[in-house]
Write a protein that binds this ligand. Structure first.
Ligand SMILES: [Zn+2]
Length: 291
């Protein structure tokens, strides 16, 4: 018979998880609950499961609400140490990223083989190198293209996180403030990208409203591409609000920095596309290759 199972909480025991003495119901060092017979019941297992789900659920809700209603507040809370009621920024980002993989209406995060070699700012620089490499494999560009495009579709959406630290480096210089660490810029970048993934899906609502309205009054052609105008507007709105609320810049300063950040976003996105190209390039397995 183990005295650990005793219901008598007046007997001190040592914590099974960390070895610290427990004199009451919970370990004061690691939070472990003292083992009692009812902690081994099916009812208790179910109850804990429900508690875990609703606590994550509640945190998703409060994090999402904060991000949507007060951009920059999530960063500020984290910075000031108010963290327990919210998901960690990285967890929140990955969760949104997983949802995005299933829900995204656009394909902007992956770039096809032909577009990589023709439309990107760095296309001229990589084209010859790529074609030589493919020739050395004994494949034709057309054969390679088929395999590349299949793989990049799957890969690109899970690689989005690569863009986050790149943008954070730019943000560190553009929004430099003495009392903020690089990690604060990384969190800003994580949240901005999480917001962008949400907005890419959510912007279909205002798009639908505008298009419906345009249909009624017969000016559909002039607003056909409205979705691709809504995307940068959403990005700018989040940046401006976060710069004001989290970084506490005045409005003039916000305006100048938003312009610089939008430019930095484009550069970060190009670097992301180039990285995506090389990663996919080296991961393509040509079936007829026998080396
Ligand atoms: Zn303990």
């Amino acid at each position: 018979m183990s005295h650990n199972l005793s219901e008598d909480t007046s007997l001190p025991i040592s914590c099974p998880s960390c070895g610290y003495p427990i004199s009451l119901r919970y370990c004061s060092r690691c939070g472990e609950e003292r083992l009692r017979p009812e902690l081994r019941s099916v009812f208790y297992l179910l109850k804990q499961f429900l508690e875990d789900i609703t606590s994550v659920d509640g945190k998703i809700g409060s994090t999402l609400q904060l991000m949507l209603l007060k951009p920059g507040q999530f960063e500020l809370n984290f910075y000031q140490g108010r963290r327990v009621d919210f998901l960690r920024p990285i967890t929140f980002f990955l969760l949104i990223n997983v949802l995005f993989v299933f829900l995204s209406p656009i394909t902007d995060f992956y770039v096809t083989f032909v577009d990589q070699l023709t439309l990107q700012p760095y296309s001229g620089w990589i084209k010859e190198w790529t074609l030589n490499k493919i020739a050395a494999m004994g494949a034709t560009p057309n054969e390679f293209k088929v395999h590349y495009d299949q793989l990049v579709k799957v890969l690109a959406r899970s690689l989005i996180i690569l863009q986050v630290p790149i943008f954070a480096v730019f943000s560190y210089f553009i929004c430099y403030r003495k009392s903020y660490y690089f990690a604060d810029h990384l969190i800003f970048s994580l949240n901005l990208h999480a917001w962008l993934l949400i907005w890419i899906v959510a912007a279909q609502v205002p798009e639908w409203v505008i298009l419906t309205f345009a249909d009624l009054f017969g000016f559909r052609e002039s607003v056909a591409g409205i979705y691709f105008l809504l995307l940068p507007i959403g990005l700018i709105a989040y940046m401006a609000a976060a710069l004001r609320r989290f970084w506490r810049f005045n409005w003039w300063s916000v305006a100048i920095r938003v312009v610089a950040l939008m430019f930095a976003f484009q550069v970060a996105h190009s670097i992301f596309r180039l990285t995506q190209f090389f990663l996919t390039f080296y991961m393509v397995q040509m079936p007829e290759m026998n080396i």
